[in-house]
Design a protein around this ligand. Structure first.
Ligand code: ZN
Length: 289
């Protein structure tokens, strides 16, 4: 069973995918956000599906999918966490995880358009494994860290390199524009991922393969990252950690290559039947309500 959310932006309803079939769980009382994870939501959802399974309506094909988790309290990312990516950016390998924040207002659905920031010349892609916290984590050892993970999803950590690297200050500026964090389409409970360090990641731009790697190439694995972050802050249910991107971003191309209106970005993680895939069309900035 995988989880997803569907419907118009900001009014998404919960759903589950079982054996490839997408079922509408609008009758389930919780959205898939911090409270859901804090109050044993996955277990309650399994019970709900067991008792209502045959009566749940299917979600129409073509329905818009939202981010597979509702807005978390925190969204952190890890920089330079793949050896080949650190090399292509010219950075030295970090001795400790490079942690930065991304505004949760950047989160959007997996197939929503990517909106270029006003005047952007350097908007770039980053396919990543996203970790969703299930249980509060404070001073957790790596050996116990995965017990605090609820599950995983696909994330594209879009980055505007001019704002990230050339305007001084912290990376958060270049990472937080609206639509810069498509998450989903499917949330995969931890029990269904035998090894989070053995998942393929890939990304294409206009059909050209740009990134193709595996989470085994991470410098700091999921358990180490959860443990590390829990030494300096409290990870709460629903919080998200994006675990870094492998080589093949636009910044690393010779010459560097960035996104233009009309481009199409597609990406995937692990088994597409389990995690689903994303597809974003690149559009110019437009004011939205
Ligand atoms: Zn990233």
């Amino acid at each position: 069973m995988q989880l997803f959310r569907f419907g118009p932006p900001g009014r998404e309803r919960p759903g589950v995918q079982i054996d490839g079939q997408r079922l509408d769980c609008a009758q389930f009382p919780d959205d898939f956000g911090p409270d859901f994870f804090a109050r044993d939501g996955l277990e309650r959802l399994r019970t709900f599906v067991r008792s209502h399974g045959n009566n749940l309506p299917t979600v129409p094909r073509g329905a818009r999918l939202g981010p597979c988790v509702a807005r978390p309290h925190k969204l952190f990312c890890i920089g330079l966490n793949y050896r080949d990516h650190a090399r292509e950016t010219g950075a030295t390998l970090p001795s400790e995880p490079v942690v930065f924040a991304k505004a949760t207002s950047a989160i959007c659905g997996p197939d929503d358009d990517l909106m270029l920031p006003k005047g952007s010349q350097k908007t770039d892609w980053e396919v990543e494994l996203l970790v969703v916290i299930g249980r509060t984590a404070r001073y957790v050892d790596p050996a116990q860290a995965l017990e605090h993970v609820a599950g995983y999803a696909l994330h594209n950590d879009y980055s505007e390199r001019h704002w990230q690297l050339e305007r001084g200050g912290q990376w958060v500026k270049g990472k937080s524009f609206d639509t810069f964090a498509p998450i989903g389409p499917l949330f995969v409970p931890r029990e269904q991922v035998a090894d989070p360090q053995h998942l393929r990641l890939w990304l294409t731009v206009n059909g050209v393969r740009r990134q193709d790697s595996n989470t085994r190439e991470m410098l700091f694995g999921v358990a180490e990252l959860v443990s590390y972050l829990s030494q300096c802050l409290t990870l709460e249910p629903g919080d998200c950690i994006s675990t870094g991107t492998p080589a093949g971003v636009g910044l690393g191309c010779q010459p560097p290559t960035y996104l233009q209106p009309g481009d199409v970005v597609e990406l995937g993680l692990g088994d597409p039947e389990v995690f689903g895939t994303q597809r974003q069309r690149v559009v110019p900035f437009e004011a939205r309500p």
